[in-house]
Design a protein around this ligand. Sequence first.
Ligand code: BTN
Length: 334
Amino acid sequence: MHDVALYILKQLSVDRFYSGSQLARELDLSRTAIWKHIQMLAVYGVDIYSLPGKGYRLAEPVELLDQKIIFKGLQGSHLISGVEVLSSIDSTNRYLWQQAHEGNKPSGSVVFSEFQSAGRGRRGRQWVSPFAKNIYCSLLWRYENMPHGIGGLSLAIGVAVVDVLEKMGVSGIGLKWPNDLLCGGRKVAGILLEMSGDPCGSGCVVIGVGINVDMKGFSGSSAITQPWTDLVELKRRSDISRNELSILLLKSINQALLNYARSGLSQLIPRWNELDVMFGKEVVIQGVNNALSGVARGIDESGALLLLSNGEIRRIHSGEVSLRLAENSGDLCC
Ligand code: BTN
């Protein structure tokens, strides 16, 4: 986002009318130029209304992410080495991956962005990322010596994110293998891990987390191709602090990484199975060219889904498969 647009947004975030001429004076621009920047903010999904004689005001008050507040809140989370807050990027995962491979970021680097123009979802989907409404966060972890393999990490991160949302007072969140967070069958958060290196030795992983916080008033939500919800709807209140949520999220991921490095998924399987919205249900695993049906039986220590199919347990590894309920299995609720 352009510095001028960001300045305007910061002024407007004080939750009162701000006159166009005052903004023009402060920025040494014409009122028409200010108006053009206001129009640009709409492209980022920021709703601003104007009243003749009074000026501009945000339709909803905005709490911007604050690097200092977040980093200060992380004392004691020793795996986290630094936090960067961007106002706009194509994808925090893409950006951090590039920085990591150019040797510019140490392990534990975290990047948030207020907006993503090409947020990445699993299986080539787009992650719709309007400005300052949600959390878009990526963390770089360089691991060494991983005898139990790195394959189950994304499931451990799923549990870590559920823990955070429960701490924020949201109940009823479940996991759909490998790592969708759902409530009543609607997605509230997603996780995307991108890795390179030796899965059982040393390597590097970018852990991307997107959490829907408050999509109210966002006109582009029709671009989301799956049922979704957000924390404001689930908590039935709108005073969710994204800075506080960011701190809790990073603390929880920090702990999950420590646990995972020590013992992989082994301690986590009962908790994962308890959160599993598909456990015991008739499901279909859809691959690129084939489908397999059976009953979901939770996960194993490698993070594979256990599927009871034709009397035997099959282990399904994530990659490019998708999991859905068989047609006669009713609705997902948790
Ligand atoms: C999914 O499809 O469920 C995974 C969504 C992951 C979205 C997050 S938002 C922050 C990070 N940057 C990205 O481009 N994607 C992830």
